[in-house]
Design a binder for this molecule. Structure first.
Ligand code: SF4
Length: 306
């Protein structure tokens, strides 16, 4: 028998999981100006600024910085003291980051003949650029990165697929899950999922999480995660029933309304408070979210996953 630890925790229909997330991200996401560019210099500046500062506050500082030094050549030629002063004036955290950024600009000109390095490995040779930033620039500027693994991504992988809480397991699962050659959209999308849907307090239904039909946490109601050691408090009751409906429909091709009702709650009585009307409400939310389909067959109501 195969050792269970060697088996991938990821769902077998991985391409459906990938398509669902990319579609969700492309339909709607938070707009940040650095997401609209593939200029590696502008992206590096945004990454360095966001290491210590909230994204919403980074926007105006980033714009001002690029007004002042619009190209890597302009930054390399600037006075270091002016760059440091800019950093403190905009409350961007440690001034060393400004010094490193200035130094990195000079390195690109001197060591790379002005051609921005494109791989995570080469990018890491720039001053102040660690593995995370190097990978972000390689992904967002050149679509040439590896799968990002940060706390948000770990939380998502842990909840959705039950990935074991170890760095090696997260690295492996994140790498296996990323569609080949799509690091730009994929890393943006999975970080967006961790940021707006699968935060410490999850918003599975509200954010229309595209992974509900595969997600362990959604189906079991256990939303703890490595950085969320106790069950987060939220209005969880309807969500938990939605999760159970999705799990049962994933196990059965179709289910009749009352059979489903009896399976998801012990106090289900067709005409009672928690009966057909209540269950139709739960199902209709899932229909609106595009997860479930309902068919009326004579006097029977049949539900199935879409
Ligand atoms: S269904 Fe909820 S818990 Fe699961 S991945 Fe989506 S947001 Fe996270």
């Amino acid at each position: 028998m195969a050792d269970e630890s060697e088996q991938s925790p990821l769902p077998s229909d991985q391409s459906a999981v990938q398509r669902a997330l990319i579609k969700w991200y492309e339909a709607d996401h938070r707009e940040y100006p650095w997401r609209e560019t593939d200029d590696p210099y502008a992206i590096l500046v945004s990454e360095v600024m966001s290491q210590q500062t909230q994204l919403d506050r980074v926007v105006s500082a980033w714009k001002d910085f690029l007004d002042e030094w619009p190209t890597i050549e302009a930054l390399a030629a600037a006075d270091r003291s002016a760059v440091v002063a800019f950093w403190s004036d905009h409350s961007l955290g440690y001034n060393n980051r400004a010094k490193y950024l200035h130094e990195a600009a000079q390195q690109v000109l001197e060591e790379f003949d002005g051609e921005f390095p494109r791989s995570p490995e080469e990018l890491q040779s720039l001053m102040g650029v660690g593995p995370y930033t190097a990978n972000a620039v390689a992904s967002f500027a050149f679509n040439n990165g590896n799968a990002v693994v940060d706390t948000n991504v770990k939380r998502v992988l842990y909840r959705a697929f039950g990935v074991e809480d170890s760095d090696a397991a997260f690295e492996q699962a994140a790498a296996d899950l990323m569609p080949t050659g799509k690091s730009r959209v994929w890393n943006n999308a999975i970080m967006e999922l961790g940021g707006v849907a699968c935060g410490k307090t999850p918003r599975c239904d509200e954010a229309g999480c595209p992974w509900r039909e595969w997600c362990h946490a959604y189906q079991t109601g256990d939303f703890t995660a490595p950085d969320v050691p106790t069950q987060p408090s939220f209005e969880g009751s309807r969500r938990q029933f939605r999760g159970r409906v999705v799990r049962l429909l994933g196990e059965h091709d179709t289910m009749e309304l009352d059979t489903l009702g009896h399976r998801i709650r012990v106090d289900y009585t067709p005409d009672g408070e928690h009966g057909r009307e209540w269950l139709r409400g739960i199902l209709s939310d899932l229909v609106d979210d595009g997860l479930v389909q309902i068919e009326e067959q004579g006097d029977r109501t049949i539900a199935r996953l879409r």
